[in-house]
Design a protein around this ligand. Structure first.
Ligand code: G1P
Length: 272
């Protein structure tokens, strides 16, 4: 069973400056809820009970968010605002949070390796809070169900326009069941002419713990950073990585455009 979910959250969020100068990008809200809370709720729905968050300098607001705020709760008790904290109180009751700091920002692979101390030697999930997903059955739940059958690393994938391939890890593989691909190749942010397909990895992963040993040996790749895509390629070459085209909607909230789309989508849904 997968009980732990890792959230890399050390990035600077430069695309959202000046908003992210003193506020972690993971705390930017879609309506009234911070991005990372959506991710944590998805992980809880999937059965995870430990949230392992890899933070960095300037990210303390994340820890404060997932904690009780006695003064505030006391202040609004009995008022109309009391219900506004119900969701976050439920989250805090259902799981525990542990944190470690990534001293240097050296890529997603490095962030995941920094989380080893919180995960130990067991399979785990990874959520990139920037990728906000909405689905009837949560994307992580869909992936964990698949993990129970195949017991190997799994990435969520979706079709993208080829001209966007340089924003994603891109896979090649054979469809072994409807929407499930056995991955044979993966390339981090290729130019469109070098992309092995139009299937891009989005920010949901299930990883088997041998990934940590592979990451320790992984040399810096694209952008001089340690890439999880490169480490997963080693597992894929052993026939051990699946890609799943999930059911649901995903918004790239790491971009202004995606962030606005998500805001409009959730606003419309809320008013229906
Ligand atoms: C990361 C991964 C990339 C993946 C993407 C999904 O890139 O390196 O393979 O496709 O997340 O959002 P980033 O967006 O952090 O640059």
């Amino acid at each position: 069973m997968i009980k732990k979910c890792l959230f890399p959250a050390a990035g600077y969020g430069t695309r959202f400056l000046p908003a992210t100068k003193a506020t972690p990008k993971e705390m930017l809200p879609i309506l009234t809820k911070p991005l990372i809370q959506y991710g944590v709720e998805e992980a809880i729905e999937a059965g995870c009970t430990t949230m392992a968050i890899v933070t960095g300098r300037g990210k303390r607001a994340i820890e404060d968010h997932f904690d009780i705020s006695y003064e505030l709760e006391h202040q609004i008790k009995g008022t109309l605002q009391e219900y506004c904290l119900t969701e976050i109180q439920n989250v805090i009751e259902k799981c525990t949070f542990s944190y470690t700091r990534q001293a240097e920002v050296k890529g997603l692979g490095h962030a995941i390796l920094s989380g080893e101390t919180l995960i130990g030697y067991e399979p785990f999930a990874v959520v990139l809070a920037d990728d906000l997903c909405d689905a009837k059955v949560g994307v992580l739940s869909q992936m964990i169900t698949l993990y129970e059958k195949y017991q190997c690393s799994i990435v969520a994938i979706e079709e993208i326009p080829l001209e966007n391939s340089n924003k994603y890890g891109v896979i090649a593989g054979v469809e072994i069941e409807k929407n499930i691909f056995k991955i044979s190749n993966m390339v981090e942010k290729p130019e469109s002419q070098d992309a092995p397909s139009n299937l891009a990895i989005i920010g949901r992963y299930i990883l088997t713990p041998d990934i940590f040993d592979i990451l320790r040996e992984t040399k810096p790749g694209k952008g001089g950073e340690i890439q999880i895509t490169d480490a997963l390629l080693i597992q894929a070459q052993q026939g051990k990585v699946l890609g799943v085209k999930f059911d649901g909607q995903r918004f790239d909230c790491g971009s202004i455009d995606g962030f606005v789309k998500a805001t409009n989508y959730f606003y419309k849904n809320q008013n229906q």
